[in-house]
Structure formats: structure tokens, C-alpha cells
Write a new protein. Structure first.
Ligand SMILES: Cc1cc2nc3c(=O)[nH]c(=O)nc-3n(C[C@H](O)[C@H](O)[C@H](O)COP(=O)(O)OP(=O)(O)OC[C@H]3O[C@@H](n4cnc5c(N)ncnc54)[C@H](O)[C@@H]3O)c2cc1C
Length: 506
């Protein structure tokens, strides 16, 4: 099947899935106020794939059917392929102003990375070929343009023993964790809960795989599998909506509220062909090892491109905001805007470095993950700083923003807004648009959610930073350099006074 259209995607979401909002079952996620905005946006992204202007960039010829399928499922074999992926993701991420981190390019990259590293899933002791399951699932997603999310974290019931921050493979109590409770000839049965599934109500399938480490007696939790969002026993609980369903006055939150859900699995039957790890502790602890797998290289590449798009968008908004009241002439304002452009250049340089240092993984070429991890480790600090700068530049004009309807109203109201909300050299109708974008980023609920998302979606910045240190390839060599050039032998035992005096006599 070639790439899907928005309408086909919308149709697929009307499948009887159990999504709950404020205690009530959502009848149709394509129409509900809390979910429909992002359905539209993801649908528009799908439509771009068959737009003649973008088709060549966003799709490639399926090796099995010859249909045009999403480029994010191409297994890259050259640096040119990586550049195309980057440009394709950049198009999608610019379209969403960098605010839709879970648009489908993220996990299309993930599933492709899993398929490239499919051998890691092989389990000699098992009756099933999990490695082949991964490849087949990848092909299924590629050929059907499947929209995916993932839910990886145990419920936050008690973090005193186990959490995604656990870095050792000791066993621990994981209350509420997803566990295998049964199996039959057709598959496994799982129960428990996971958090969060960003884009959950707007996705076709939910991936669940290991995050953190598992001890030897945690075989029942060492699982990787995929479930359809409408599978029996899958229930999703939505957080409060950020979207106001008012695109003119809330231009970002009305389009980019990728709903986050808490996912409950109540005796869900997963067919064997959707099972990728079943009790294999070694595979569970190793497959996603961030320094080695194709999954990490491809997903973090997409993520860094998203951060680039987000930082660039915010830079544009901050510049327009400053210019709208003429403050861009002040030196400190220029320095603050320069801070954001510095971040932009740093992220761009890391993406380029990852592609330049791409490495061969079997027949494929994968971006070097370390520069991409550096972006992921820094952006949780950079994004709040960007927000802070926008707040600083906007002042009360960030919150004192009238509605478009006020400007369009009969006089005297319309005239008041036109007169008093104009900016330096710009009319009120131009300034209002900029103010609304700045409001959404810096004051509104979407902006707050984005800050939290950037902080936690990869498992928390501490985790990423700790891995950066632990896996630094030159740690020992750098210590040696410190000894050689810094200490210059000063850490060797001092010669005894007698030896020193004899040496002086010589
Ligand atoms: C907006 C948003 C979207 C998300 N989307 C997804 C998604 O699509 N898919 C997905 O799988 N996940 C998603 N997540 C979840 C994300 O993976 C987790 O937030 C992250 O792994 C951290 O886990 P936690 O939130 O349970 O925090 P916790 O593990 O409860 O940590 C909270 C704080 O407790 C402290 N803490 C906890 N455990 C320890 C410990 N052992 N040692 C020291 N300190 C500790 C830390 O200081 C930490 O800052 C999302 C999160 C957010 C905020």
C-alpha cells in the first residue's frame, strides 16, 4: 500500500479503541476536542508525503511492492541517505514548528533501527524467531504507513527501588509494571501499566519495550512487543487537554497537542508475531544500548532535527517579538537573541557531526550517536532558557494579548485595539500574531508541557548525561593526558632528601 492520506489515517483511528477523557469513553478521537487537533496535523504530515512537491524527498520505492512508502523506513546505506532523512524530518518538524516530537517520523525511524539490528532479538532458547518478527513488523509498518507510539515507563507508584533511572541490572520490586501473565500457542498475555504514550490516542499501534535494566528473576517483565491501539484490554487515560480548539487565537496548542496517555494493559493477548523479546534478560538489557544500536542512531538523529527546528522557530519568534516593540536595538537584547542563535548553531553542528562520523552497521550506515546524545543532554537546559528569554523580551505584552475578535469588532473596541496594540513600525494585526505565538511558547500550557517533554522524554537529562560520562570513548586516554601534561610526573613519589642531595652533588 502506498503512503496514506489524511482521510485514510482518520478512518483508521475510528476503530473502537478505548481512550478515556475525564471519565468518559472518547467515541471518536478524530472528532473529540482533546484529540482532534493533532489528528489533523499528523494527517496533514501524511498528506505531504503524496504532495508532488515533496514526494521525492518524503518517500522511496518499496523494495517489496514498488509503491512509494515513507522515507523514514528506508534503511540508509550512505551518508546521502542520512542527509535525505534529515531533510525529510526537517520538513515535518518545520511544519509543526518543532512542537510535535512524536510525529510519526520518530518511531518510523525507531522501527527501522530495530529492523537493522534485528539479530539482537534472536533468542536461541525460544521456540519463536523474534529476530524475524522484528523484520516482519518493520515491513508491516513500512507498507501500511502505520502511525506509532511507545510506552516504556513503569507507573510512578514507588520509585524507591526501581525506575528508569536504575542503571544496574539488580532485581527490584516494580509495582504495576507490565508482566507476562500467561501464554498459549497463539501468543502471550500481558497485564500492567505503562506511562506515557505521547500521541497514544492518535496512533495506530503502541510499542512496549524495555527501558532501564532487568535482573535475572525479572523474566516476566523482560518483554518487547507491539499492540494495536484497539486491542482488547488496552485502555488509555488522557491528561487534561492543552488545545483550545481555536486555531486563530491559539495557533500552536490547537494544532500540536499530541495527547499523552497512561496505558493500562488488562490481560491483553499479543500474538507471537508481534512479540520481539520474551523473557530474554540479556536482550532486554542490551538491545537498546545507546552506543551501539541502529535504533539509537536513527531516533536521536530525528530528535536532534526536531530540536533544531524548535530552536530555529523560537529564534524567529523571539526576533519578531523584539522587533515589534523596537527593543532589538539594545545590546542586552541582541545578546539574548544571540544566545538562541548560538544554540541553533550548536545543534546544527552536532547533527552535521553525527552524519560526518556515520559508521557502518552491517550493510547500513548509521549516524554516530554521541553528538546526538550531546544535543539531547543539553536541550532540556537550553529550551527553558529560550522560554526565559522570550518572557524577558515580551514583558507584559506576552500576557496582555487581545483576541482577534477584539481587533475585528466594531469601533470603539476594534479601533482601540488597532490604536493601542500596534507596535513599532507594524500594525496591530501583525503584532498580535507574534504575541500569540510567544504566549503559547512562554506562558501557555503547551509551552509548559514542551518544557517537561524536553526534560523527560528520553528518560531524564541525568540519565543521558550519566551515559555520556560512562560511555565516553576517550576517558582513559584523557586521564593519561592529564597525568602527562598536567602533572608532569608530580604525582610520582618525591625523591628522598638523601637521594635528592646526592643528585644535587652530581
Ligand atoms: C510530556 C512527556 C511525554 C512523555 N512521552 C513519553 C512517551 O511517549 N513514551 C514513553 O515511554 N515515555 C514518555 N514519557 C515518560 C518519560 O520517559 C519519563 O518521564 C522519564 O523516563 C522519567 O520517568 P518518570 O517520569 O517516571 O520520573 P521518575 O522516575 O519518577 O523520576 C522523577 C524524579 O525522581 C527522581 N528519581 C526517581 N528515581 C530515582 C532513582 N532511582 N535515583 C535517583 N533519583 C530518582 C529523579 O530526580 C527524577 O527527576 C513522557 C514524559 C513526559 C513528561
Amino acid at each position: 500500500m502506498p503512503v496514506r492520506t489524511k482521510e485514510e489515517y482518520r478512518q483508521g483511528l475510528r476503530d473502537g479503541r478505548e481512550v478515556y477523557y475525564k471519565g468518559e469513553l472518547v467515541e471518536d478521537v478524530t472528532e473529540h476536542p482533546a484529540t482532534r487537533g493533532m489528528v489533523e496535523t499528523q494527517g496533514e504530515l501524511f498528506d505531504l508525503q503524496s504532495d508532488p512537491e515533496h514526494e521525492d524527498l518524503l518517500t522511496f520505492e518499496s523494495p517489496s511492492t514498488g509503491d512509494r512508502v515513507p522515507i523514514f523506513y528506508e534503511k540508509p546505506t550512505s551518508k546521502e541517505d542520512l542527509a535525505q532523512r534529515r531533510k525529510a524530518s526537517k520538513l515535518w518538524m518545520d511544519y509543526t514548528c518543532g512542537m510535535s516530537g512524536r510525529a510519526n517520523d520518530f518511531l518510523a525511524n525507531g522501527v527501522t533501527g530495530m529492523a537493522i539490528g534485528h539479530e539482537l532479538f534472536a533468542d536461541e532458547d525460544a521456540d519463536h524467531d523474534f529476530s524475524e518478527n522484528v523484520e516482519d513488523y518493520y515491513e508491516y509498518c513500512r507498507e501500511n504507513d502505520v502511525c506509532l507510539t511507545h510506552a516504556l515507563i513503569d507507573p510512578q507508584i514507588d520509585r524507591s527501588e526501581a525506575s528508569s533511572f536504575r542503571l544496574e541490572d539488580d532485581s527490584a520490586d516494580r509495582p504495576g509494571a507490565v508482566r507476562k501473565v500467561d501464554e498459549d500457542d497463539e501468543g502471550i498475555v500481558v497485564s500492567g501499566a505503562r506511562m506515557l504514550a505521547t500521541l497514544g490516542p492518535q496512533a495506530d499501534e503502541i510499542l512496549l519495550y524495555p527501558f532501564g535494566y532487568y535482573g535475572e528473576d525479572e523474566e516476566d517483565q523482560a518483554l518487547a512487543f507491539a499492540v494495536s491501539a484497539d486491542a482488547d484490554g488496552v485502555r488509555q487515560i488522557c491528561r487534561p487537554q492543552l488545545s483550545r480548539n481555536d486555531e486563530r487565537n491559539h495557533p500552536l496548542s490547537s494544532r500540536f497537542d499530541e495527547m499523552d496517555t497512561f496505558v493500562v494493559l488488562d490481560e491483553v493477548h499479543v500474538p507471537w508475531e508481534r512479540v520481539f523479546i520474551d523473557g530474554d534478560i540479556e536482550a532486554a538489557n542490551a538491545w537498546r544500548d545507546k552506543t551501539q544500536t541502529a535504533y539509537a542512531g536513527l531516533t536521536y538523529h530525528q530528535t536532534a532535527v526536531k530540536d533544531l527546528a524548535k530552536a530555529e522557530f523560537c529564534f524567529g519568534v523571539a526576533t519578531m517579538l523584539a522587533e515589534s516593540t523596537g527593543i532589538e536595538e539594545y545590546f542586552h537584547v541582541q545578546a539574548k537573541l544571540g544566545e538562541i542563535s548560538t544554540m541553533v548553531e550548536q545543534i546544527r553542528a552536532c547533527v552535521q557531526a553525527a552524519e560526518a562520523q556515520a559508521y557502518e552497521f552491517g550493510d547500513y550506515v548509521i549516524p554516530e550517536p554521541r553528538p546526538l546524545f550531546a544535543v539531547t543532554a543539553s536541550f532540556p537546559d537550553q529550551f527553558p532558557r529560550i522560554v526565559d528569554i522570550i518572557r524577558d523580551l515580551g514583558g507584559s505584552g506576552l500576557i496582555g494579548v487581545p483576541h482577534w475578535e477584539d481587533l475585528e469588532a466594531e469601533n470603539p473596541l476594534g479601533g482601540d485595539v488597532e490604536t493601542y496594540f500596534r507596535g513599532k513600525d507594524i500594525e496591530a494585526n501583525e503584532r498580535l500574531g507574534v504575541q500569540k505565538l510567544a504566549y503559547e511558547i512562554a506562558i501557555g500550557s503547551l509551552g509548559s508541557r514542551e518544557e517537561l517533554y524536553e526534560r523527560f522524554y528520553t528518560g531524564g537529562p541525568m540519565r543521558v548525561k550519566s551515559n555520556m560520562w560512562k560511555n565516553h570513548p576517550e576517558k582513559e586516554a584523557l586521564k593519561e593526558r592529564v597525568r602527562e601534561y598536567g602533572l608532569q610526573g608530580a604525582d610520582e613519589p618525591a625523591a628522598s632528601a638523601a637521594e635528592q642531595s646526592a643528585a644535587d652533588d652530581d
